[in-house]
Design a binder for this molecule. Structure first.
Ligand SMILES: Cc1cc2nc3c(=O)[nH]c(=O)nc-3n(C[C@H](O)[C@H](O)[C@H](O)COP(=O)(O)OP(=O)(O)OC[C@H]3O[C@@H](n4cnc5c(N)ncnc54)[C@H](O)[C@@H]3O)c2cc1C
Length: 362
């Protein structure tokens, strides 16, 4: 049984294909891709730079299911990822000030080109524009990704095989709010952002918010979207370095409120804070009512996926033998910063290791 069929030629599918074929050239591997070209999502990632990992990748608390990830990371960690990326793909990494890892060229095209070259060099078969059913002879790997900015999915493959898929929702996406954002359009500002349900803070982090005419955007806002529940609000602390008491002292040094606000904020933001009254409170708690999340067309990932109780830490199915499920089609998601591609690569390597170990007669 040396036949391996992989469905989905994105990051995770191409990773496991290359990992396996390089270590066992006798394997008969076929990648089935619904799109007319493989790996197309890579080009959209990291604003065209492909943020493919993070120096904090081994910290399981970055993922929605830390206990599952803790076990996975014992099998494959960031060192394995770096070794695969450099030794198997020939991609040199560069780290930015926030620990995000990019190809040295800072071009997502370098990553796609590296994957394509390896597929060719290792003579891995690729079928594009695939519309068929699963061929379950040999080992089957489902790596079909998610709804996020994708025309095709493979959730039905899983449910047809008796697997459970949890609720699916767009995540790492922009927030639609009740308040009129038009006056703030185009402003980018560093804040401490919190998502709240009543008085309960669901998540909070510092970063840059981008005010769009129709939505709140920016990395910190996308990260909040992973915690969205109906009836949530978002609060921006526009001056996280100052307490309310310090702000009162600072305000006293200015002749009037306008001068004070203009010394801290871009003009249009200062005007909006003033409109809300009680400016010290508004500076520390600039609030918006979230109406909902923008759709999969804007989302970077999907929250939810294959129920993790039905999968081992090596990504083998507990329901169907010789089936592996990897990448974003699983119920694993993480914040912005290279953790989602990082996970796609880690899951591909882990499944590859397991296949080589369990099926050593291959
Ligand atoms: C705009 C954008 C920016 C992003 N930026 C980053 C970033 O900088 N860093 C980061 O870590 N993450 C980023 N992500 C998330 C990241 O791209 C995904 O988490 C990652 O690609 C998931 O890898 P995957 O292999 O599981 O799925 P994918 O890479 O999506 O690959 C799945 C493949 O399966 C194919 N497919 C689907 N259904 C079928 C089917 N039925 N049969 C055959 N083939 C099928 C798809 O066409 C696709 O090619 C970004 C996502 C988007 C949309």
């Amino acid at each position: 049984m040396n036949k391996i069929n992989i469905y989905g030629a994105g990051i995770s599918g191409m990773t496991v294909a290359i990992y396996l074929k390089k270590r066992n050239p006798k394997l008969d591997i076929t990648l089935y891709e619904a799109n007319d070209r493989v790996g197309q999502k890579i080009l959209k990632t990291g604003n065209g730079k492909c943020n493919l990992s993070n120096t904090d990748l081994d910290n399981a608390s970055n993922y929605n299911n830390p206990s599952f990830m803790k076990e996975v990371l014992k099998i494959t960690n960031s060192n394995d990822l770096r070794a695969f990326v450099l030794d198997d793909l020939g991609i040199v990494l560069r780290e930015d000030d926030y620990g995000r890892l990019y190809p040295y060229s800072e071009k997502a095209t370098s990553v796609l080109t590296a994957y394509l070259q390896k597929l060719k060099e290792l003579e891995i078969k690729v079928v594009t524009s695939f519309r068929g059913d699963l061929d379950l002879k040999g080992i089957t790997i489902i790596a079909t990704g998610s709804y996020a900015q994708s025309k095709y999915t493979g959730y039905n493959y899983l449910t047809n095989l008796g697997h459970k898929v949890t609720d699916l929702n767009p995540a790492l996406t922009t927030l639609k709010v009740k308040e009129d954002l038009r006056p703030l359009k185009g402003i980018r500002f560093k804040v401490k952002a919190s998502i709240l349900k009543g008085n309960k803070v669901l998540f909070s982090d510092e970063g840059e918010v981008q005010f769009r005419e129709d939505a709140l955007s920016g990395i910190v806002t996308l990260d909040l979207s992973r915690y969205y529940e109906e009836g949530c609000e978002v609060s921006f602390d526009l001056v996280p370095e100052y307490s309310k008491e310090e702000l009162k002292i600072l305000k006293a040094k200015f002749n009037d409120e306008d001068q004070f606000l203009n010394s801290l904020l871009p003009k249009m933001l200062a005007l909006e804070v003033k409109k809300r009254g009680n400016i010290i409170s508004s500076l520390k708690d600039f609030r918006f009512t979230i109406l909902g999340l923008n759709s999969y067309n804007e989302a970077q990932i999907t929250k939810g996926g294959l129920d993790l109780r039905e999968i081992g830490y090596d990504f083998s199915s507990k329901i169907k033998s010789n089936l592996y499920v990897i990448g974003e089609v699983l119920d694993i998601d993480a914040r912005c910063g290279g953790f989602n591609i990082g996970f796609a690569i880690i899951s591909g390597i882990t499944a590859g290791k397991s296949i080589l170990r369990k099926h050593n007669s291959l």
